[in-house]
Design a protein around this ligand. Structure first.
Ligand code: TYM
Length: 342
């Protein structure tokens, strides 16, 4: 990992590296969200200065029911705490609680080119999916994401592989702004793990696992009952070779091996040894059990936490206060550089 700390940021030489990441509260979380992002949020907490948020401003780029959005936002907050995000160790809040996100997003959108935004895969996918509502926010979405990250001078951003393009855009915008006004933003690096950075659909392993897939058997939800999880893995698409090995053209098995490796810490070689001479049935059962072992304790804690919404609101308010203090330093600096009256 490169050190991208700018001169402006080197006032505290002992400064721990800063992490920022966020997740949209758009319904239920999948195993993809968990293995691709959430799990890494948790492990990074002990070593780094971590700031995490629910990205509820991003969520309204597709039409939301207001009551459901609010409920989903708190549910996600609780689920992430249940998964190990610890508000004592990191700053954890809702994006809408810190107005500097929207302020910086506007400024950065004027340093982001139409052509750049037009190339974003997520925009192309989402505008195809929501053809009746291709709003300006859906298009400028990456400028808000850049604002989230740059506001906190984050060094690293733990995300799944699908967000890499947005991270590259963020880096370009930061470098462009720094080039015009002098060092203002730390240029962030993506933090993407080798295994399970892109968990694929269980039914069509050429597609990313996504909760918006109309067939619920294609994805595992973090709150799926253990029996449901086992059933979904049993119906996962494989191939006709009946050999558990990681190889080109074996997308279904490769995906299951990635999931199993991520849940057990085993290497692909160890997994191949374990299932040599055994059928796919045994393998699928083992993968299901490994996933249940990860998710079941989270589900138990989640059910407890969600009972006390007031406590969760209080936690997010405290997190937002701390986040706003850090964000203010950046937004003040940016407004001054750009020549905006404060
Ligand atoms: P979102 O809410 O779609 O997804 C949250 C995180 O989960 C990862 N992810 C996956 N990883 C592996 N396999 C999958 N099938 C899979 N599906 C989702 C995503 O890569 C992501 O890390 N724009 C972001 C949210 C955001 C953000 C930010 C992220 C807003 N501001 C600032 C980082 C920094 C998004 O839509 O993620």
């Amino acid at each position: 990992m490169e050190n991208n700390t700018t001169v402006a940021e080197k006032t505290a030489p002992e400064r721990k590296k800063r992490i920022f990441s966020a997740i949209q509260p758009s319904g239920q979380m999948t195993l993809g969200n968990y293995l691709g992002a959430i799990r890494n949020w948790v492990t990074l907490q002990d070593e780094f200065d971590c700031i995490y948020a629910t990205a509820n401003l991003h969520a309204i780029t597709v039409r939301q029911d207001p009551k459901k959005l609010k409920e989903n936002t708190t549910n996600l907050f609780a689920l992430l705490i249940a998964a190990g995000v610890d508000p004592e160790k990191c700053i954890f809040f809702h994006q809408s609680q810190v107005s500097a996100h929207a302020e910086l997003s506007w400024v950065l959108s004027t340093y982001t080119q139409f052509g750049e935004l037009s190339r974003m895969t997520q925009f192309k996918d989402k505008s195809a999916k929501h053809a009746d509502n291709i709003n300006a926010g859906l298009f400028t979405y990456p400028a808000l994401m850049a604002a989230d990250i740059l506001l906190y001078q984050a060094d690293m951003v733990p995300v799944g592989a699908d967000q890499k393009q947005h991270l590259e855009l963020t880096r370009n915008v930061a470098e462009r702004f720094n080039g015009i006004y002098g060092n203002t933003f730390v240029v962030p690096e993506p933090y993407i793990t080798k295994t399970a950075a892109r968990v694929m659909s269980l039914l069509d392993p050429s597609k990313k696992m996504s909760k918006s897939d109309p067939n619920t058997k294609s994805f595992i939800l973090m709150v799926d009952e253990p029996a449901t999880i086992m059933k979904k893995f049993r119906s996962a698409v494989t191939d006709s070779e009946a050999s558990v090995r990681y190889a080109e053209g074996k997308d279904g098995i490769n995906n299951l091996m990635e999931i199993y490796a991520a849940c057990t810490g085993k290497t692909f070689e160890q997994i191949e040894d374990e299932f040599r001479g055994k059928g796919y049935g045994d393998f699928k059962t083992a993968v299901g059990e490994a996933v249940v072992a990860q998710l079941e304790p989270i589900q138990i804690r989640y059910k407890e936490l969600i009972k006390d919404r007031k406590y969760l609101d209080e936690l997010s308010r405290k997190g937002a206060e701390n986040a706003a203090r850090i964000a203010k330093r950046t937004i003040d600096k940016v407004y001054k550089k750009v020549g905006l009256v404060r």
